[in-house]
Design a protein. Structure first.
Length: 201
């Protein structure tokens, strides 16, 4: 399933991403940069075109065909600041997928969207609606996967991700296309390993 699939990475660059969770340790931002590099290297083995990367806070920027040698440039052009408007960036990534699907430009095995965030989104309901609508536009469960991965220790973020995982189908999603990974789930696993597992899973 890993091959012939597209990968989109959506990275939170809200202000709290500059937090160091352990004194003297890496910031969340640095940890995400290292993990993005590992993910880009892995995806290049299957797809030399690179991955799509979005960075978002109150607004978002999209980078296409990001290969491992471009990751540092993407991070150099962005600094953590602002809010967590996850709904609009997710909507853009999904719209892009459905436009490519309609034009016959998607990969045979569909797409995986990985979201790395450290806080609760500004509008929880809008995020849920966006995902539910997407689930109604796909033909089969495996076609589209969205993994939301928490960095940092924000309890509200953990609660939101758990609710998203549990409530989607009862709220009307046609398929359960979401997988959420909170800090509790990660324990001894590095963020890079979580990303790679989400790709292989």
């Amino acid at each position: 399933m890993v091959e012939d699939r597209d990968y989109t990475l959506i990275i939170d660059k809200s202000g709290s991403m500059s937090t160091q969770d352990q004194p003297g340790g890496k910031s969340r931002w640095q940890a995400v940069q290292e993990s993005t590099l590992a993910l880009a290297r892995k995806c290049e083995q299957f797809d030399p075109d690179g991955i799509t990367v979005y960075l978002f806070s109150g607004r978002f920027r999209r980078y296409d065909n990001v290969t491992s040698d471009k990751v540092s440039q993407v991070f150099a052009e962005n600094d953590p600041m602002g809010r967590t408007d996850l709904a609009s960036v997710l909507q853009d990534a999904l719209n892009n997928y459905f436009q490519r699907k309609a034009a016959g430009q998607t990969k045979p095995n569909g797409e995986t969207i990985l979201v790395i965030t450290d806080g609760e989104p500004d509008d929880r309901k809008a995020v849920m609606r966006t995902i539910i609508e997407a689930s109604r536009q796909i033909d089969r469960d495996e076609e589209l996967g969205i993994s939301l991965i928490q960095v940092g220790t924000d309890k509200m973020a953990t609660e939101f991700l758990k609710a998203l995982d549990d409530q989607l189908q009862s709220a009307g999603a046609a398929f359960d296309i979401v997988d959420t990974i909170t800090m509790d789930d990660m324990e001894e696993v590095t963020l890079a390993e979580v990303l790679l597992n989400a790709v292989i899973d």
